[in-house]
Structure formats: structure tokens, C-alpha cells
Design a protein around this ligand. Structure first.
Ligand code: GDP
Ligand code: GDP
Length: 451
């Protein structure tokens, strides 16, 4: 369902060595603007490209080096640090005609310390101009250089093979959903919200005791069930719920610490509320934990059978939840009665849906179209008298959806502006009830004085 994260290939090097030209070649389209003037400001580019049958995400760092540091090497580091941190492979591009310059050397030293695989690319080798300076490139200690002419397309096919050879062999699966693995679900809530009753109801049998004396044998009972589509859902930490009953702890403390346990193991969390009792601070505290742990969440308004004014109850609870927790905006709410079973059939489909949202990946192109509009609709704020320049955004991972915005001094973005971006992301890409992570990475740099 969720594609593996694409391997990230970052193109770095001095201004004017031909990074953008190479990017265009590899991406197979002329997207980047190629300029003759060194240091011309261009937007960084990010594209999905197919190299020898492998899909990769290409990131061009050209133009990012305009940020502050004095030395060229410092600017190169500053401009590429964020991209390099995402990289599975860095193409370090040299101008074979110019040879290896001191800036190349410094940048190369820095790159070696980043611990990322690096492929040296000696560009502008069309005809026979380049021989000696290609050899020069060995001195960087970054392995064999590959000669190309990005402009004329020479050596590019070979370069593609060299790139593919250096990519992680398997699809990058650090954050991938596996269809065959059961979805891990936790049922949390404060004591007496009806969690045990709900779990028993879901399991369809009295497997779990709701009283204070749980039998040890019952801990071993499997807690995997299947949803309406026949897909497996595993209830996590039901043992914890049972164990808890034996431990003498203040009630509030108990439910929070057992929620933390369950959250660590879960992907989706059902926050179970006693709708007849209204929402308590402790419920909000648990909701905050769900957000902090980055889990998908749905809310079960339990004991619906015992609620007199249903509209008022629903409204009061949802408003309180959304007011207290920005990330709960649009969270799915299922009203049900664990006791009678009414409404219970809507729970697992909602769980499944929350799971899909939590796993969602948004293509970079769409994301940046949104970004442009969002920046236009609300211009970036002034920080210390200068307007922030936010340049582009990518989704770094899913589970939960995590986005990285790059730009000059992006890390100084005020809280309310990043909240605006998060809300806009949530609305535009339909990401209700899932914690959204937004990282802001400045291209201004932490490495000014280190080489
Ligand atoms: P960037 O700043 O590193 O992104 O470099 P660009 O891609 O903008 O290229 C800088 C200049 O080098 C442009 O004038 C390109 O036309 C030129 N260039 C790029 N690749 C080659 C090449 O393979 N051979 C030659 N001779 N010039 C190239
Ligand atoms: P837990 O502490 O969250 O596991 O809560 P329990 O499942 O032990 O339930 C606490 C009490 O609420 C028990 O007396 C249940 O019978 C009652 N209860 C649970 N679900 C419902 C429901 O949907 N409606 C009503 N009226 N009572 C419920």
C-alpha cells in the first residue's frame, strides 16, 4: 500500500560545476534553470527520476550556497548540509576543467565526515579536455571519479549505473507499512472508561476479565482479530491492562503509565472516553501522549447508551479535545456502547482509515505546489527585520507524516507560522487526526568555523 521511501541522491559541489545541468540529465527533463553566471540564485530542485530501472529522489543543491558564510567551502557546506543529511548517496560534482580547487578539498573533507556514501563526478569532460584533472580527483580520498559531460550527455548512462550500484540494495523500508503484518492497535483511556469491556466486545468472547482478579492463563490468549476486510489487527498490551488491576497505584498515575506502555507498541490508538461522564483532564493528558508519541488516533465515545443529550455531549467533548490539542483536529469520532455492542462495527473501519492517513505519502511535486500557494496566501513573517525565505518542502517519512521545510534561517520560523503550515497541510492533503511533524531546516549553517 505505502511505497517504500525512495533512495535519496543529492547533487552537491561548487557553484557552476554543472550540478543543475547534471540534475536535468538525470531527471530526464529540463527543470532546473541553467545559468552562465556563477552563483546565480536558483531554487533547489527535487525530482523523482528513474535511473536504470530504479526510482530515486534527486535533490539538486545548486543555488543553496548563497547563504551567509564567508568562504566558498563554508557556503557549500551550509547549502548542502540539510540535503546531505537526507542522502543515501551524494554526488560530489567537480569541474574537470578547473581541476580540484581548495574549496573542493575543504568540502570533500567535510563530506567524508558526514559518513554518507559519496560518488565523485568529474563533469565537463567532453572531448578529451579532462584527463589530468580527473586523476587529480583521486587526491580527495573519495574513491574513483566518474567522468561525464552533463551538457553533452557523455558518460551519463555509465554514471547512472554507478549510482544504482551504490544505492541500498533493497528498497528503503525504514518506515514502510507491510500489508501482511497485523496493524497494532492499543485501546487506552482512563480507568472505568470501558476499555476492558470494549476489548472483550471486539474479541467477541469473554476473554478478558473486567474485575480485579485476572487469571494468569488469560494473559496468553491471542488478541488478534480481523477487520471487516479480513485484515489482521493485533490488540497490544491487553496484558498490561490486566496486570494493572493488581498494582496498587493512584488511579491517575496508573492509567497514564499504562497508556505510555501501550503507545510504545501501537500504531493506532483508540482513545476511549466515557461519554456519559464527559471529558476529564486525564483524558487530555493521554491524548497529549498519543500526539507526543506520534500515533494515529481515533476517539471512541463509549457508554453512548447512557448518554441523555447526545448532540450536546458529542459537541462538548470534541470541542474540548480540539481546543486543547491542535493535532486532534478532525480526529475520527466513533460513538458506541461497548456494553450493548451498538456502533461497535464502525470502530475497526475507522481504525483502518486512521492507519492509512498515518501512512500517507504526498508526492513532492504536489507538496511544493501547495507550499507555493501557502506562502502566497500568508507571506512568511519578518524575523529580526528580515523576511524569512522558505524554499521548498519534502516529506521525509510517514508514520506519522513528517515534513521538512528548507530555507534560509528556516529554523527561526515562529511557532504560529509553522502551525499555520501544519494546519494548511492537514486541510489540503486530508490528514485529520494524525500528528503531523514539521521540521524547519535552515540552510544557514552550523559549520562555519570547522574547516
Ligand atoms: P551549477 O551551478 O553547478 O548548478 O552549474 P550549472 O548546471 O548551472 O552549469 C554551469 C555552467 O557550466 C553552465 O554554463 C553550463 O552550461 C556549463 N556546463 C554544465 N555541464 C557542462 C559540461 O558537461 N561541459 C561544459 N563544457 N560545460 C558544462
Ligand atoms: P476499564 O477500566 O476502562 O477497563 O473499564 P471497564 O471495561 O472495566 O468498565 C468500567 C465500567 O463501565 C463497568 O462497570 C462496565 O460495565 C461499564 N461500561 C463499559 N462500557 C459501557 C457502555 O458502553 N455502557 C455502559 N452503560 N456501561 C459501560
Amino acid at each position: 500500500m505505502v511505497p517504500p521511501r525512495l533512495p535519496v541522491v543529492v547533487i552537491a559541489g561548487r557553484p557552476n560545476v554543472g550540478k543543475s545541468t547534471l540534475f536535468n540529465r538525470l531527471a530526464g527533463r529540463r527543470i532546473a534553470l541553467v545559468a552562465d553566471t556563477p552563483g546565480v540564485t536558483r531554487d533547489s530542485k527535487d525530482a523523482e527520476a528513474q535511473l536504470r530501472g530504479r526510482m530515486v529522489r534527486l535533490i539538486d543543491t545548486a543555488g543553496l550556497e548563497e547563504a551567509a558564510p564567508e568562504t566558498l567551502a563554508g557556503r557549500m557546506r551550509a547549502g548542502s548540509a540539510s540535503a546531505v543529511s537526507l542522502a543515501d548517496l551524494v554526488l560530489f560534482v567537480l569541474d574537470a576543467r578547473a581541476g580540484v580547487t581548495p574549496a573542493d578539498e575543504h568540502f570533500g573533507q567535510w563530506l567524508r565526515r558526514q559518513g554518507k556514501p559519496v560518488l565523485l563526478v568529474a563533469n565537463k569532460v567532453e572531448g578529451r579536455a579532462a584527463g589530468a584533472s580527473i586523476l587529480d580527483a583521486y587526491s580527495l580520498g573519495l574513491g574513483d571519479p566518474v567522468g561525464v559531460s552533463a551538457e553533452h550527455g557523455e558518460g551519463v548512462a555509465n554514471l547512472m549505473s554507478e549510482i544504482v550500484d551504490r544505492l541500498p540494495r533493497e528498497p528503503v523500508i525504514d518506515d514502510t507499512a507491510d500489508e501482511d503484518r497485523p496493524l497494532k492497535l492499543a485501546i487506552v483511556g482512563r480507568p472505568n472508561a470501558g476499555k476492558s469491556t470494549l476489548i472483550n466486545r471486539l474479541l467477541g468472547t469473554e476473554r478478558m476479565i473486567t474485575g480485579p482478579e485476572p487469571g494468569l492463563t488469560r494473559d496468553a490468549v491471542a488478541t488478534t482479530l480481523s477487520d471487516d476486510q479480513g485484515r489482521a489487527i493485533e490488540l497490544v498490551d491487553t496484558a498490561g491492562l490486566r496486570r494493572r488491576a493488581r498494582v496498587e497505584q493512584p488511579l491517575e498515575k496508573m492509567s497514564v503509565s499504562s497508556a505510555i506502555q501501550a503507545l510504545k507498541m501501537a500504531e493506532v490508538v483508540v482513545l476511549t472516553l466515557d461519554a456519559a461522564g464527559g471529558i476529564h483532564d486525564q483524558d487530555l493528558q493521554i491524548a497529549r501522549l498519543i500526539e507526543r508519541e506520534g500515533r494515529a488516533c481515533i476517539v471512541a465515545l463509549n457508554k453512548w447508551d447512557a448518554v441523555a443529550d447526545r448532540n450536546a455531549a458529542r459537541k462538548a467533548i470534541i470541542e474540548r479535545l480540539e481546543d486543547s490539542l491542535a493535532q486532534m483536529k478532525g480526529v475520527a469520532v466513533v460513538t458506541l456502547s461497548a456494553l450493548t455492542g451498538a456502533g461497535i462495527d464502525r470502530l475497526l473501519p475507522a481504525v483502518r482509515q486512521a492507519y492509512e492517513v498515518w501512512n500517507k505519502r504526498i508526492p513532492t511535486g504536489e507538496l511544493n505546489r501547495w507550499f507555493e500557494h501557502a506562502l502566497q496566501a500568508h507571506q512568511t513573517p519578518l524575523v529580526s527585520g528580515r523576511r524569512l525565505k522558505l524554499r521548498y518542502v519534502t516529506q521525509a517519512k510517514a508514520r506519522p507524516p513528517t515534513f521538512v521545510v528548507f530555507g534560509t534561517r528556516a529554523e527561526q520560523t515562529p511557532e504560529d507560522y509553522s502551525r499555520y503550515l501544519v494546519n494548511s497541510l492537514r486541510d489540503t492533503f486530508k490528514l485529520p487526526g494524525t500528528p503531523i511533524r514539521l521540521q524547519l531546516r535552515g540552510t544557514k549553517n552550523p559549520f562555519v568555523n570547522d574547516g
